[in-house]
Design a protein around this ligand. Structure first.
Ligand SMILES: [Fe+2]
Ligand SMILES: [Fe+2]
Length: 170
């Protein structure tokens, strides 16, 4: 619920936060991140700050790849272009019909297409990150982040995966 209400208040990220993103990301990644709607930029920053805190004191602290992965994990949501309520509807439709319908839906038109694209945001985000010349680890995490069954085999360090997943969950 915290995320839902946070999503409804469209306050732009602070200048400090944006400067942090610019410092961590490559130019291509930054350009991609900047295209996100405000609420997605805020969500991604929250996840990135949490990941930074969770990895502090571990051997993975201070590595920009994990912050990039947090900042870019949801960039595939750009393809559907759904607002907050449309996303709720898409999530419910995916849960009711099964995620396997997403491919077929994304080939249709109108609302079905948007729902299908939204449900496919992991793979679409990974494509966007690769096309922007972004970090391979960020593309990997975008691709796997919605599917816990793939966490163990995604190739990222388990401690990092645990932090990224935990940060995206609250
Ligand atoms: Fe996501
Ligand atoms: Fe997310």
């Amino acid at each position: 619920m915290r995320r839902f209400f946070g999503t409804l208040s469209p306050v732009a990220p602070s200048a400090d936060d944006v400067a942090w993103v610019a410092e961590v990301c490559t130019d291509g990644e930054l350009a991609l991140w900047r295209r996100l709607p405000r609420y997605d930029r805020r969500h991604s920053l929250q996840v990135a700050r949490d990941v930074e805190a969770l990895l502090a004191g571990t051997e993975y602290a201070g590595d920009p790849r994990w912050i990039e992965a947090a900042l870019l994990h949801d960039v595939g949501k750009l393809d559907a272009g759904l607002g907050v309520l449309g996303r709720v509807g898409a999530t419910l439709a995916g849960a009711a019909a099964g995620h396997d319908m997403a491919d077929a839906w994304s080939g249709k038109r109108g609302v079905s297409r948007k729902v299908g694209l939204y449900l496919r945001h992991p793979e679409l985000g990974a494509d966007r990150i690769r096309m922007a010349g972004g970090s391979p680890e960020a593309a990997t995490w975008a691709d796997c982040h919605q599917d816990p069954q793939r966490y163990a085999t995604c190739g990222l360090p388990p401690v990092v995966v645990e932090a990224l997943a935990a940060a995206d969950d609250d």
